[in-house]
Design a protein around this ligand. Structure first.
Ligand SMILES: Nc1ncnc2c1ncn2[C@@H]1O[C@H](COP(=O)(O)OP(=O)(O)OP(=O)(O)O)[C@@H](O)[C@H]1O
Ligand SMILES: [Mg+2]
Length: 318
């Protein structure tokens, strides 16, 4: 079973419009409502891949109830931790050229008791979990050490930890030796405090995170693909995509594909790339099903194109 933790889930509405114009009344050509949050996305994609998953998340108010209902309707098992604050609602506006404008709410502040209840809920289900995927930013009330505390407890329970977060909470958790971390190129640049312009620079940054404690790094490089840096070897994976519809959640789909395929080695990297490529061709944060995947379109190599300039390089400004 793959357990996911989403400390700051959301109710996500995506509107597709012909063009975004400030101050106008826009007619949506498509309108979706999805349970949101990075761990929630991972659970949805893991379930779509045919694996058992449990989503642990704090939920509050009417939006929280709707998130639970939508997940239930998708057949995803939820372990809700009730909180007093209201689960946030996020808005995304998608244009035909792929431009996405998002309005993300902050979300509720969790109390110390709620923070502890969330850790307890994870611990209660850890014994059944092969992987615990900790995903996304932390809500107010959870300090930057929260993922580190979770990783320490999960490791005691014998589960492996996959961590997809950024900033201080990523850095603080490295000392607990997470089994894999999945930064995108901006998150990687922020972690090493320098811009990343080439695949080789991203590789060196990933190696640095391993030096600071991460056992493996799955770095997603947007359109350029992904790098897996681990004791068992370093690999680069890539897939050609005809048309990008929405890159929201592509990283989450990738992590789900990686974990569902065992969470190590070139085969898992190929699954991660196949899931990312499929996700960007689907609207909103819709997660791919096996029918959406094109494994034949994926290439994985140990011959890393070090000098390749990234299509979307990461700037870093202190
Ligand atoms: N424009 C694109 N063209 C082709 N593949 C893409 C594109 N964008 C993303 N992908 C695929 O999806 C993977 C994950 O994307 P990305 O690096 O943007 O993750 P992310 O920023 O963590 O996303 P999120 O956090 O929104 O889920 C990439 O490594 C790649 O395989
Ligand atoms: Mg991401």
């Amino acid at each position: 079973m793959i357990l996911t933790v989403t400390p700051n889930p959301s109710l996500d509405r995506t509107y597709e419009v012909p063009a975004l114009m400030r101050g106008e009344v826009l007619r949506a050509t498509c309108d979706r409502m999805d349970p949101g949050g990075k761990g929630v996305n991972v659970s949805r994609a893991v379930a779509a891949a045919g694996h058992r998953t449990l989503a642990v998340l704090p939920l509050g108010g009417a939006p929280g109830a709707l998130v639970a209902e939508l997940l239930g309707a998708e057949g995803i098992e939820v372990a809700p931790v009730p909180v007093t604050g209201q689960t946030r609602s996020n808005i995304a506006v998608a244009e035909p050229d792929g431009t996405l404008t998002k309005i993300n709410a902050t979300g509720p502040e969790l109390t110390a008791a709620e923070s502890e209840a969330l850790l307890t809920a994870v611990r209660a289900h850890s014994a059944d979990a092969s992987w615990i995927a900790c995903c996304g930013s932390l809500p107010r009330g959870l300090g930057p050490q929260w993922y580190a505390a979770l990783a320490a407890r999960a490791h005691e329970a014998g589960a492996r930890i996959a961590l997809d977060t950024s900033g201080p909470s990523l850095l603080a958790a490295l000392r607990e030796r997470p089994d894999v971390v999945k930064p995108n190129v901006e998150e990687l640049a922020e972690a090493v405090e320098r811009p990343l312009k080439t695949v080789g620079q991203a590789l060196r940054a990933a190696e640095e995170l391993r030096g600071r404690g991460a056992r493996a790094v799955l770095a997603s490089l947007g359109a350029d693909g992904q790098l897996l840096v681990a004791d068992s070897g370093t690999y680069f994976g890539h897939a050609r995509v005809e048309a990008v519809r929405s890159n929201v959640g592509a990283g989450d789909a990738s992590l789900a594909g990686f974990l569902a395929a065992g969470g190590e080695g070139p085969g898992a990297l190929a699954a991660a790339v196949a899931h990312g490529a499929a996700a960007v061709q689907l609207p909103g944060s819709v997660m791919p099903t096996p029918d959406d995947l094109d494994p034949a379109g994926v290439t994985v190599t140990a011959d890393i194109p070090l000098d390749r300039v990234l299509t979307q390089p990461a700037e870093y400004a202190r």
